[in-house]
Design a protein around this ligand. Sequence first.
Ligand code: PMP
Length: 338
Amino acid sequence: MYYNSIIETIGNTPLVKLNKVNKGIPGTILVKVEYFNPGNSMKDRMAIKMIEDAEKEGKLKPGGTIIEGTSGNTGMGLALAAISKGYKCIFTLADKQSKEKMDILRAVGAEVIVCPTNVSPDDPRSYYSVAKKLHEETPNSIYPNQYDNPANAKAHYETTGPEIWDQTEGKITHWAAGVGTGGSMCGTSRYLKEQNPSIVSVGIDSYGSVFKKYKETGKFDEKEIYPYLTEGIGEDILPKNVDFAMIDHFVKVTDKDSAIMTRRLAREEGLFCGWSCGAAVHGALEYAEEFLKEDDVMVIILPDHGTRYLGKIYNDDWMRDHGFLENNDYATAKNIIK
Ligand code: PMP
């Protein structure tokens, strides 16, 4: 038995029970481990869907170029799809994204353009604006725009949602995910709520992002926007893929709590995963501690793999520089014999 190309291996990722980091918290807490996808992140699911939709609509033609603003993972998914289908890729990334993500994209043949993080989205230097402009200037190119492209949420409606429903045999009561473009949270939530409207969805937001306040007040509050470090979640815009009706509650998580929980997932659960995974688990457990009952089943999505963050949250010096390791509880041991 074999696959015709690597993209056929996307999806059908395992669901794994948490055993340690949730000690004392009621309910069964399961994580959907998305680093089992070939690009090591859940974004493979929507990347292939965006490309196949563009092909069907006649927007993407042989020899075409895919140009996208990405925090790294969507780029990896697009690059894998582009390799097997014969397209070129150019990606714009904000300079806060990890070096590993940029190197990984270059390794799979993409051109990477690094843009400043702390400029407004409509600034011509922002990674959104640079991607749009390049698309306008490049013949036979597409700009999938994961923020507003319905194929993003649809991919999760068609794959992540049904997988979780089947894997829990319909017993899921709570669904939790970090929110960036909103595709994974909202597409999955829509499917799950169609199966059982009483399923509660919990969105994880970062401090420095507009989502939680917008959900609670209906107002876009610019005062909520300030720099933060966690990669992949939170936004300073309202993407069309964030459907607030599909998110019942938001929990905000700090960069430090996210980083420490990510280290704990690696060490205590053997889940060597990315920074937003720690954010999702920390936020979801905060919610669970207060609201879950013993019979409840919560599923939390873990978006990507730890290798992308070796230079940051898995690096003690980086952690200390950011004040995230002040009591050394989660430091790593280094023994070097010379
Ligand atoms: N975590 C990571 C590491 C990501 O790359 C993303 C995508 N921006 C997310 C979480 C959020 O997922 P979504 O875009 O589906 O909201």
